[in-house]
Write a protein that binds this ligand. Structure first.
Ligand code: GLA
Length: 738
């Protein structure tokens, strides 16, 4: 068992080969946080790590001769209002108006394996030996409110998951105002904060800044995890780089409003808090009811940012993503959106599909515009059936059959959570949208959000989509979500339950996903939200891949994919070749570079291949071959970021197979340097003692140590189009017998 409980010191030591996490039950029955970091030898008593003691202005929790000043103590389950003046994990309003709670240790349980979180996405185990779980039961005796704090440590990676289940065993209703998933107090503040922040079309840019006394952090109150801030933060030592140094990662398995916050107090302690955003959350809990928080995943690395990311990649790729597509090679797809938008004809689609098939594409995705009378974005969301027979004379099933006859699988775009006022659905059920009585709901892209807190709404959409998926033999679904939530209110909820709407909406989305994937287990779901506005671990539990960004410009994608890779595996990033000049940026890039960026993801096209010239067609044919050759490596390999597009005029990365026999590196020259340096790319992850051939050339072989410690030397003319702005090259390494 990787969790020890010491009866005498009343300490829990949660550990594996790489990390230790130590909690102590204090004399006043609250919990202290003694340590989180690199694995340390077990001892019976680590009590000295608590620190604390008298200071001017200290407030004490006093029991007989025992004094504790919560404000100066590293706490494991900080509560509101009893002397810890930092932000708490929990705050509960009671019938008498008080918000004060006092949770005391009651009992604990240590067991092999990991429980499921009811109705919520979470990491899982396939065998009980993979993980050990500790549940600590904390009870507020006045309220009979029970909090079960859950910690799971995986045997094979330095990650701990945390969540809380609250049960009301009292006889009065309470209102939970704040309940985070994890809070960790670290003993110093010599860290920098790293977040993945941005906006539409420049999602998950890496931001790094020093932390100071006070509050710093990121959040979403937009109803989804958002393009602006990903539900993740890391704190790293100032000297931490991609390959060296300490970093702690905190990631939330959730798709709604979230908060990730770092608080440095007066004495340099650092509190990290992560969970559902409390400002848009209020949960009335009646007697006998319970509430489950989402899961937070804590990762520690003492070997830099790459290692932190690799832990998240492997954990999320193998123990968060589920179903038949988990480790399966993803089909090469072509999507018509950037080619036709909503103005397509069946003939045009079939022409695109025919040439795509000839070049080796495997799946055609019909994007927005196939349903209702959808010729622009003012109409028809909600009507998931064909009305416009000018566009699709043989219905969606007729087109699907023709696509299959060409030899491609068929996929469609949907946006199930949305409705236009100009739709049959809205005319039938105007009260089904999220909106406040007697006030105008604010439109966004002419659309409104369906009230997924209501089971009848989810049922209705399920029936329609189940019908389409079956009728059109759909094998892939792009599930979009193109607006943020405003006027958050449900017509079906009583006033006391309006604070639940944001969260219940997310549960409704998860429910629809769960029902559709159970009914159609072979469909590959790709999540999308105006590109990457809902790229989070919660969604990965249902949809193994996400459309990374609406920005398909290869150079912008370097930053977006680089940042996204801090937490998310390559297999989860939809990455397509689109036209040049690029639709979003107007930038002209070589087709090779567009391919060399997109190959490091779930690869596809947003391009009418019939418009390419002969030499471009040959390049595409070759790229598709390369994708087929390398996609297993890309999905299952270990990814290293080498050079950052945020700090250099170039970027590079490499993915290495687990057995280190194969590797694929991408090098990208953003802007050419006048009279530039010699080029030398220092690789990572190879076997130092083995020889590798470069791009299948048996005359160009190097030992792994040369490639990593000296670097691969190459010339600008090795880049596509012989170098210049936006040029690039792929290098494939294969181990050879020496
Ligand atoms: C969103 C998506 C795009 C496309 C359009 C269709 O913006 O991100 O890829 O599907 O919707 O309306």
């Amino acid at each position: 068992m990787a969790i020890i409980f010491e009866e005498d010191s009343r300490e829990f030591h949660i550990y594996n080969g790489e990390i230790s996490y130590i909690i102590q039950i204090l004399e006043n029955q609250t919990l202290g946080n003694l340590y989180f970091g690199k694995r340390i030898q077990h001892k019976c008593d680590f009590g000295y790590l608590l620190q604390g003691g008298h200071r001017p202005l200290a407030v004490y929790n006093k029991i007989n001769e025992y004094f504790l000043s919560p404000q100066y103590t590293k706490l494991e389950f900080p509560t509101y209002g009893t002397g810890d003046f930092r932000y708490p994990m929990i705050s509960v309003t009671q019938k008498n108006g008080s918000k004060i709670t006092n949770f005391e240790y009651d009992s604990h349980d240590i067991f092999k394996g990991k429980k499921k979180l009811l109705g919520l996405p979470a990491t899982y185990v396939e065998s009980e030996d993979e993980a050990t779980t500790l549940e600590i039961v904390m009870v507020d005796p006045v309220l009979s409110l029970k909090c079960i704090l859950s910690y799971t440590i995986f045997e094979w990676c330095p990650a701990i998951t945390r969540s809380i289940l609250v049960e009301n065993h009292g006889n009065e209703e309470v209102v939970i105002d704040r309940l985070l998933s994890a809070s960790v107090d670290l003993p110093d503040s010599n860290y920098e904060l790293i977040t993945l922040s941005g906006a539409w079309a420049r999602e998950r840019h890496v931001k790094r800044r020093k932390i100071e006394q006070g509050i710093q952090g990121v959040y979403s109150m937009r109803g989804t995890s958002s393009s602006e801030h990903n539900p993740f933060l890391a704190i790293a030592r100032k000297e931490t780089t991609e390959m060296q140094g300490e970093v702690y990662g905190f990631s939330l398995v959730y798709s709604g409003n979230h908060l990730e916050q770092v608080e440095v107090d007066t004495h340099d302690m650092t509190r990290i808090s992560i969970g559902i955003h409390p400002d848009t959350f209020e949960w009335a809990l009646s007697p006998e009811e319970s509430f489950q928080t989402p899961e937070a995943v804590l990762v520690y690395s003492d070997s830099g940012l790459n290692k932190m990311s690799q832990i998240y990649h492997k954990l999320y790729r193998t123990r968060l993503v589920r179903g038949v597509w988990r480790e399966k090679e993803r089909p090469i797809l072509i999507n018509n959106w950037e080619v036709t938008e909503m103005n397509f004809t069946e003939d045009h689609i079939l022409r695109m599909a025919t040439i795509a098939k000839e070049l080796g594409v495997e799946l055609f995705v019909l994007d927005d515009g196939w349903f209702g009378n959808r010729n622009d974005d003012k109409t028809s969301l909600g009507d998931w059936y064909v009305q416009n027979f000018n566009k699709l004379p043989n219905n969606i099933s007729g087109l699907s059959k023709k696509i299959e006859k060409i030899g491609l699988k068929f996929g469609i775009w949907i946006e199930p959570e949305m409705v236009n006022m100009d739709s049959d659905l809205y005319r039938l059920h105007p009260d089904w949208i999220i909106s406040v009585p007697n006030r105008m709901p604010s439109p966004s892209r002419n659309q409104y959000i369906l009230d997924f807190t209501r089971s009848e709404v989810v049922d209705y959409i399920f029936e329609l989509l189940d019908g389409v998926f079956t009728e059109a033999n759909v094998s892939y679904v792009k599930w979009d979500m193109n607006r943020y939530m405003t006027e958050c209110y449900s017509a079906s909820a009583v006033p006391r339950d309006q604070g639940k709407v944001f969260h219940k909406y997310v549960l409704g989305v998860y429910d629809l996903y769960e029902r559709l994937i159970s009914k159609h287990p072979s469909i590959l779901f790709e999540s999308c939200s105006s590109g990457g506005a809902r790229f989070d671990p919660g969604i990965l539990f249902y949809a193994p891949q996400t459309w990374t960004s609406d920005n398909t410009d290869a150079i912008e994608r370097l930053k977006i994919q680089y940042g996204t890779s801090f937490v998310y595996p390559l297999s989860s990033m939809g990455a397509h070749i689109s036209r040049s000049p690029n639709l979003q940026m107007g930038r002209t890039t070589p087709i090779e570079t567009r391919g060399n960026v997109a190959i490091f993801g779930a690869f596809g096209f947003e391009l009418d291949l019939s418009l390419l010239n002969t030499s471009e067609i040959e390049i595409i044919r070759d790229q598709i071959k390369k994708v087929k050759q390398h996609r297993k490596l890309i999905i299952n390999g270990t990814f290293y970021r080498l050079e950052s597009p945020f700090t250099d005029d170039r970027a590079s990365w490499i993915v290495v197979s687990e057995d280190r026999t194969k590797a694929l590196a991408g090098y990208y020259q953003i802007l050419k340097m006048s009279n530039g340096y010699y080029k030398r790319l220092a690789l990572q992850g190879l076997d130092p003692k083995k020889q590798y051939s470069v791009n299948g050339n048996s005359d160009r072989c190097f030992y792994g140590d040369e490639l990593m410690y000296v670097g691969l030397l190459f010339d600008e003319k090795d880049l596509c189009e012989s170098g210049g702005d936006f040029t690039s090259e792929l290098f494939y390494f294969e181990q050879i017998e020496s």
